[in-house]
Design a protein around this ligand. Sequence first.
Ligand SMILES: CC(=O)SCCNC(=O)CCNC(=O)[C@H](O)C(C)(C)COP(=O)(O)OP(=O)(O)OC[C@H]1O[C@@H](n2cnc3c(N)ncnc32)[C@H](O)[C@@H]1OP(=O)(O)O
Ligand SMILES: CC(=O)C(=O)O
Length: 555
Amino acid sequence: MTRTTPAGTPLGDSFHVYDTTLRDGAQREGISYSVADKLAVARLLDGLGVGFVEGGWPGAMPKDTEFFARAAAGELALRHAVLVAFGSTRRAGTTAERDPQVRALLDSQAPAVTLVAKSDRRHIERALRTDVAEAAEMVRDTVAFLVREGRRVFLDAEHFFDGYAFDPDTSLRVLTAGVEAGADVVVLCDTNGGQLPLGLADTVGEVIARTGFRVGIHCQDDTGCAVANSVAAVQAGATHVQCTANGYGERAGNADLFPVLGNLAVKLGMDVLPEGGLAELTRVSHALAELANIAPDTHQAYVGSSAFAHKAGLHASAIKVDPLLYNHIDPERVGNDMRVLVTEMAGRASLELKGHELGIDLADRPEAVDSALRKVKDLEARGWSFEAADASLELLLRGEIARTDPDAPVAGLPFELESYRVILDHHADGGVVSEATVKVRVAGRRVIATAEGTGPVHALDAALREALVPHLPWVEGVELVDYKVRILTGGARATVGGTDAVTRVLVQSSDRELEWTTVGVHGNIVEASWLALCDALVHKAMRVRSGVGAGGLRG
Ligand SMILES: CC(=O)SCCNC(=O)CCNC(=O)[C@H](O)C(C)(C)COP(=O)(O)OP(=O)(O)OC[C@H]1O[C@@H](n2cnc3c(N)ncnc32)[C@H](O)[C@@H]1OP(=O)(O)O
Ligand SMILES: CC(=O)C(=O)O
């Protein structure tokens, strides 16, 4: 399929999606890519289909030099993207040929080079400590040298928007020097990230009208407008857009590649990625977050796990009629999913949609839906939270179905608790050991088991397993993979009254096939944990018995 601009002209090389995650993204506080990480990031971006991957600044730091060396040695076989080396123009008072930083760009063997150049007179005079004529010459000389050496050159005009507002002639003179020397694109950079979309788009349009140059855009996110600014620049005529994965970058970050691509592709109808690329946005965004060792932003536009998650009952009731009534696009277009959250804000439609997600048909069970809804609202007012605990919600729904339909089977706990006890031993040497004893009836027998653990919940879990596994072997395959505790004070549970806090525990379990989350709430953290642990086992038991409804433990 031919990729086109909004005007319908073929994209080909006429529009550039340019990624600078490995250079500007790496300037984010907290990110430190290894060379192996950098190679993996480049491969993911290439697989997505971006046109250019800026790999770093060879010569400035050993890791970036090594990255380019390994890429040149064949470790990076890019299918879509052109690899770009980044660096500054030569220093004042020398020549490009003699400047070691410029030579390092050549030595990187990258087929394209992006040169950063000051385009604000105040920076030229105060930071470079030179004059405008020399600054323009630094650009001309370096671009011409690299072009002569067979490199494709882009010019990042640093501080362009602030500089153009202060002294447009200087800023244009720097651009002109680059283009006359052979630069392919002059990239207008909002380096301090202080621009707003309307003013920035006006400037982009004006520069194109005055010069006729091919213009790109690079936006930092200091006003929170980097994505809007980038899209506005494209609408004003920019044909090269620089972004970083998930908006990583110096200070507040850069224009986030994923919403920028989403907007260009879905809203402006530009085929900015090869076929199939758009549906990869969510997966690639999350994979790149892993490589950066940063938790994905759940609320990120287009690709966040909450980007199409609906909590309000009124939203759900319209979504039941047509999902597009409350979604700006079909989430599948960008590889994301719609989810319905059931909380105190739910209505009947929210429960029906959630039931559908969980494989429970609630359409003909209005009584069960009404009573489940009342129960959810009541429990949430007492500190329970079901939005992250689908398994507990499923048990509650199945329990209400069983209560309102005598024909529906119900299964509660696969064992009966007689009592549990947890003690804590603080030894003189500073060691702290928890010990738990559980007394249960399982498979018609009374079983007593004791176990130690690093904490009271660990000990309780261990003792329960000790008691159950000989009689219910599947318990052994249930692993506790995450455990979260939140203390809720009066405000969050106003109907309970009093000043004592309640504890909410979320337990995430896994049996290698599935992960599921359950919730428990109580004034005592061990009891809250016990409730969540038991729900986890009831949920698993329900699946072991397949098709049998379950009651759960909430009162
Ligand atoms: C807007 C951006 O984000 S651009 C990307 C910025 N990224 C980085 O800075 C990360 C990598 N940087 C580095 O490793 C180092 O800063 C280096 C290797 C580039 C330079 O290190 P040093 O030689 O020790 O210089 P230092 O960082 O202190 O100062 C930069 C020098 O470059 C000069 N300079 C800055 N911008 C430019 C430019 N566009 N063109 C030419 N020279 C420039 C400065 O005037 C200064 O010169 P001086 O040493 O004569 O004062
Ligand atoms: C080049 C660049 O990163 C900037 O001007 O912000």
